[in-house]
Design a protein around this ligand. Sequence first.
Ligand code: ATR
Length: 276
Amino acid sequence: MIDKKFGIIGRPLSHSLSPMLHNYWFKKYGISANYSLIEIELNEIEKIIEKIRNNVLHGINVTVPYKQAVIPFLDLMVGDAKKTLSVNTISLNNEGKVVGNNTDIYGFEQGFLNKLRNQNFEQNVVLVLGAGGVTASVIFALLNKKIEKIFVSNRTVKKAYEIKKKFPSIEILKWENIEAKAKDVDIIINTTSLGLTEGSDFKQEFKTTKPNLVYYDIIYNPVETMMVKKFKKKNILTYNGLEMFIYQGQKSFFLWNKINPEIDIDLKKKIESKLK
Ligand code: ATR
């Protein structure tokens, strides 16, 4: 008998590696629990949250496109969720309240920002591409690091302005101008879905950039997007989103189980074997 049930809600979910991550740790730490994919429609969110309230489900992760849609059904938001209005981890607290948290920020900090050798990047100019589910978490983490100059560009400009409401200091850039802007920024962060396996890709060439540019792609499936490949060829430092994914999962696991699970070599190998 499995004692506890966890899962991830979103749509589509077939490519999610979260079950592999959490089930690996449940086994490693001898916890009788199972983590599964819960692919749902928007109108099923309430029903799923009720399962948390009734202890049928013991914790859920939330992914696109529901990170904001879950908020009205929660009793409270804590930690980084309050600041970003983006929730990716839900559980029941000791007082029986359904609580939403955000571990994407921690994931992005641990999986990217804290890894940069030179930590004096306050003066860096950053170009954030996209204004989707995870972009607010990325911007929040950048602001935490005291980076002042952040340009945000999204194909649908209205969504970029929605993010500016949360973070007034960011500057919005038209999507047509990203290639020109890329020439004089220090860090480019792709938070769009462009480059995903079987998805569409950037049409821009990004031929001219600073030689010390750092390119971060939130995508990890494929492990190397076309953009990562292109920049690598030019000896530009690149990162993919795999570490962010693993670290956000680590913090969710901790919030649910009060164990900080180890990111060991076998786990990394197991995940990488599933990716192209
Ligand atoms: P959501 O927007 O529902 O939160 P997401 O997967 O988190 O979904 O975000 C997708 C991101 O990739 C968005 O920034 C999206 O831009 P739009 O807001 O204009 O849709 C971006 N994106 C997806 N396909 C794109 C394309 N072909 N060109 C440019 N941006 C694209």
